[in-house]
Design a protein around this ligand. Structure first.
Ligand SMILES: [Zn+2]
Length: 347
């Protein structure tokens, strides 16, 4: 009966839009139920209840981290906003008048953290095509970074371009293959030739990666974005630079049996994102994974890569590349805040 609670004698679905049902709405300039927010930022949280529950009957409290967040515009209704006043962990709880909670169930809640607001300097390098024009118009870069920043916001990170747009006059560097090979001479040459920016993220725009099969890549020396990459690609690669790994819904997309992750979402499969058990009934783990920013590939009818923007608090169960290799194993992948090891940069 996960996802249901007794309410005034009726079974009412509380689609706790918890960390799980995470409603990504970056086009409106904000996202709901983030796992983190920057100091000084405003986070929005909401639960979904049946329409017969008056908004005034829903009252939120800050049960942990009262010095870290404060309500903005009141603490009642299905949706509330908090402003981040100090770094640290917080917990919000929603109490609904008339809602009968029986053990082991608990009130709907969200946990999160306020992170320092960090501006990350970015230097931009663009390879020129044979006709002399840059493979990516410099005038479009600021929009790409703005899109990436809407996603990176949940870690407190803001990419800020510094210096001019550096144009690379070498058509040999337009297309790259074998990009996972650390002995890749051409890629190494491009990334090393310009590695003089200290802790700035070096962002390289090229034409294709793996013949169009990859949109972006992250090496310690820099991030490379192909012509089919976008702001979402940049955010994904920046989080790789912070230490996060990819997660997949299937073991082998090209095999006779792709072997998808089976079974429903459970607390053990998202250990740091327990939302009181109010998950949409029947939500499969395979449906959850595509909501994540670190989802590594599309398969079959699954949503596009750019649809998932969620950075969970902790690990998530799914297919992952063990030890950074190409052999996939089932396990809890470091795809969230707990896997962040450093601020992004060039190393
Ligand atoms: Zn990746």
């Amino acid at each position: 009966m996960r996802g249901f609670a007794r309410f005034r004698g009726a079974a009412v679905f509380l689609a706790l839009a918890a960390n799980i049902a995470f409603r990504a709405d970056v086009t409106a300039g904000h996202m709901f139920n983030p796992s983190g927010l920057p100091l000084g930022g405003t986070g929005r949280f909401k639960i979904e209840v049946s329409s017969n529950v008056p908004g005034d009957d829903i009252e939120w409290t800050i049960t942990e981290g009262a010095d870290c967040v404060a309500f903005v515009g009141g603490n009642t209704g299905p949706e509330v906003a908090v402003t981040a006043t100090a770094t640290g962990d917080f917990r919000l709880e929603a109490n609904i008048r008339g809602l009968v909670i029986t053990s082991p169930r608990v009130l709907p809640f969200f946990t999160g953290a306020v992170y320092p607001a960090v501006n990350v300097p970015v230097t931009v390098w663009i390879v020129k095509k044979g006709d002399g024009l840059p493979v990516r118009e410099p005038s479009t870069i600021s929009g790409l970074l703005a899109d990436a920043n809407k996603i990176l916001w949940q870690r407190g990170l803001t990419l800020v371009r510094t210096g001019p747009y550096y144009l690379i006059n070498n058509t040999n560097l337009l297309d790259h293959t074998d990009v996972l090979n650390p002995a890749n001479v051409k890629l190494t040459a491009m990334l090393d030739a310009t590695n003089s920016m200290g802790n700035a993220v070096e962002l390289y725009f090229v034409r294709t990666l793996e013949g169009g099969a990859a949109k972006g890549l992250c090496w310690p020396e820099g991030i490379v974005i192909a012509a089919n990459g976008d702001g979402h690609t940049i955010a994904h690669e920046v989080m790789h630079d912070c230490g996060l790994e990819d997660i997949y819904t299937v073991e082998n997309p090209n095999g006779a049996d792709p072997n998808p992750v089976s079974g429903p979402v459970s607390a053990e499969r998202i250990p740091a994102d327990w939302g009181g058990g109010y998950y949409p009934p029947g939500l499969a783990q395979r449906e959850l994974i595509p909501r994540l920013l670190m989802r590594g590939e599309c398969f079959g009818p699954e949503p596009e890569l750019s649809k998932g923007i969620y950075l969970p608090r902790g690990t998530v169960y799914g297919w992952r590349n063990a030890g950074g290799g190409t052999v996939r194993t089932l396990g809890n992948a470091g795809v969230g805040q707990s896997a962040v090891q450093r601020n992004p940069g060039s190393y």
